[in-house]
Design a protein around this ligand. Structure first.
Ligand SMILES: [Mn+2]
Length: 335
């Protein structure tokens, strides 16, 4: 099957379903939720019974995304009763929040204990990890999962309504760092431009995703800048935030926004001469590390994978057990 045929097969499977489950990753971001929002738009005219699930959905922050209110964080029961499960933007089966349920269902079916199970399809733009879906559409060269959904709509001659246009543009804008990351390909910009013609609005999206930083969060930005080290030989900019930094600066009513640590490390990666930026922060006995690359030769996904993490070539993360210690050259994780 070529890609167009795969997209047509996917739509055929959706159309012939009665019960549909749409899933995206734990702690969904804007691309994850707008991908779900778009697939709900696609399925709605088909009068199916639609459920949408993403574990640990942030409360309120993404309410501007079409159909966001229809996404629940309660674990769906009886997975085997769905006809089709669509998994979006997940990177790996572990990120679905349904790993044990899905694995058990597939195993029971393979070993004859379960006669029928849902057809599982996956649309994703992360690097391959493990093939588990019955139909996997994995396109790591796409800037967002919504860009993949755009091609799904085209392959099936589906009308791109204003709602769908907004979903697609939200995913594209947020996953490209508002067109500032290296994944802002000419295809991503061309699709974005078509979405504007179809009624999507850049200023409206910006007002919810960029122009929404709180005053309190700037204190954390300030500390991250203060703690920064820059290695002029390697081009690595790194910074660390300890638990005591965060306790000092963040109170219960500080609004840190959705992805302050991602925003900080992206900012560091865009400074002159920086090739790779690394932000480390202590949380719950571990050090969470976020990486961003600003150099064509750098592959931070490979670095993150070496530490048991994952992500994309230009944006990735991992976590280590221990705490941060300051050294003369920068930072170290110690047990
Ligand atoms: Mn994505």
């Amino acid at each position: 099957m070529n890609l167009t045929e795969k997209f047509q097969f996917a739509y055929e499977k959706i159309r012939s379903s009665r019960r549909l489950l749409i899933v995206s990753h734990v702690s969904p971001d804007a691309d994850a939720l707008s991908s779900i929002g778009a697939m709900i738009e696609v399925a709605r005219p088909l009068s199916l019974d639609i459920s949408a699930y993403a574990d640990k959905k942030p409360v309120g922050a993404y309410a501007f995304i079409p159909n966001e209110a229809l996404v629940f964080s309660e674990l769906p029961e009886n997975l085997e009763l769905f006809d089709t499960i669509i998994i979006l933007d997940c990177g790996s089966i572990a990120r679905t929040g349904l790993e044990s349920g899905l694995r058990k269902m597939i195993k029971d079916n393979n070993e004859g204990r379960l006669i029928k199970r849902p057809f599982i399809m996956e649309f994703d733009h992360h690097q391959p990890q493990e093939a588990y879906a019955d139909l996997e559409i994995r396109l790591p060269e796409k800037a967002s999962t919504t860009e993949i959904i755009y091609h799904f709509l085209k392959a099936n001659n589906l009308e791109i309504t204003k709602e769908l246009a907004n979903c697609i543009l939200i995913g594209l804008m947020t996953d490209t760092g508002h067109f500032m990351h290296a994944n802002s390909s000419k295809e991503a910009i061309a699709v974005s431009s078509e979405m504007l013609l179809r009624g999507a609005s850049i200023p409206k999206i910006i007002s919810h995703t960029v122009n929404n930083k709180s005053f309190g969060s700037l204190k954390v930005w300030g500390r991250a800048m203060e703690n920064m080290h820059f290695n002029t030989e390697t081009g690595l900019a790194s910074s660390g935030l300890s638990v005591s930094d965060l306790e000092e600066l963040v109170s219960e009513d500080t609004d840190l926004g959705l992805d302050i640590f991602g925003d900080i490390v992206s900012f560091l990666s865009r400074l002159a001469d920086v090739k790779v930026a690394l932000l480390m922060r202590e949380e719950g006995g571990r050090v969470k590390c976020s990486l961003r690359a600003n150099d064509d030769g750098a592959d931070v996904e490979a670095i993150a994978r070496g530490f048991g993490g994952g992500g994309h070539k230009k944006a990735a993360g991992f976590s280590l057990e221990g705490r941060l210690a300051r050294t003369e050259k920068g930072w170290k994780v110690v047990k």
